[in-house]
Design a protein around this ligand. Structure first.
Ligand code: SF4
Length: 274
């Protein structure tokens, strides 16, 4: 059974990769890194090696075993398009998502160039699947906004933004062609401030360009204190989804056996990447 996530815009997380490296200002207080590093050196712990990048092959088929359709945040503890993750492994992750199509997947990256390249090439088969949502993180104008163009010009059917932590006003940001926008402020120690006008600007752009808007949180050192109301309202909008029926246990077991057989040919290719 999948574990319920505390992240407001998903049901559960799936981490066939763990670990990452920082790439832009949005990573400064990466919650995944802080969490993982707490367990560095703890024998037997999943994060025994802290936030070092590694492939978690034993988790690869996990969604095929889940008997309930979930909204699944893929790699909440990593970035699937990190340059050290082999193409063959990214393709395997996508093959599982295509096969376990009773879930909706939310794939989020800051490596938008590789995302686009792969969606145009070896991930073309998964780009068009409406139950796989491909997204980029956006934190500012300089590093974040260019990722939107990479995503927009990709062949993904479902495209979304996670604008979190929003670090400045994004101005007249173009949201055309996107299916969903999440906005949030940074939380935890040292959290950088979020201004209401920056959020209202994005809400206005969403309304003008007909994009569902989800306001996750104000953030801050104590995120519970500031909550997630914007102008007295909660914004929990999602794109329309068309959930498929969950196959029965026997069918799921057959799918797992089929994928295990298919993936065995890649055993030599999928190396621990740290
Ligand atoms: S890309 Fe994401 S997971 Fe990787 S360091 Fe930055 S915030 Fe953390």
């Amino acid at each position: 059974m999948a574990t319920k996530s505390k992240i407001e815009w998903t049901d559960t997380t799936w981490n066939p990769v763990r670990g990452c490296t920082k790439i832009s200002p949005g990573c400064k207080h990466c919650y995944a890194s802080a969490f993982a590093e707490r367990f560095r050196g703890v024998p037997g712990h999943p994060y025994e090696r802290g936030f070092d990048l590694r492939l978690v092959t034993e988790k690869l088929l996990e969604p095929l075993s889940w008997a309930k359709g979930n909204m699944v945040f893929v790699n909440s503890m990593s970035d699937l398009f990190h340059p050290d993750i082999p193409d063959a492994f990214v393709v395997q992750v996508a093959q599982v998502m295509v096969k376990a199509n009773w879930h909706t997947y939310q794939v989020l990256t800051k490596r938008a160039d590789r995302l686009r390249e792969m969606l145009q090439g070896p991930l073309e088969f998964a780009a068009v699947s409406p139950h796989i949502w491909w997204g980029v993180s956006v934190e500012n104008v300089k590093h974040g906004v260019p990722r939107i163009e990479r995503l927009r010009s990709s062949p993904a059917t479902m495209k979304f933004l996670s604008i979190e932590p929003l670090l400045e006003d994004l101005g007249k940001v173009n949201l055309a062609g996107l299916n969903w926008v999440i906005v949030g402020g940074e939380s935890g120690r040292g959290a950088r401030a979020l201004e209401e006008d920056w959020v209202l600007n994005i809400l206005d752009r969403c309304r003008k360009q007909d994009v569902p808007f989800f306001f996750k949180q104000w953030g801050g050192v104590n995120k519970k204190k500031y909550g997630r109301l914007l102008g007295g309202k909660t914004y929990d909008e999602f794109p329309a989804t068309n959930r498929r029926e969950v196959p029965d246990r026997g069918v799921r077991e057959r799918l797992i056996a089929e994928m295990e057989k298919k993936f065995s040919q890649f055993n030599g290719l999928v190396q621990i990447a740290n």
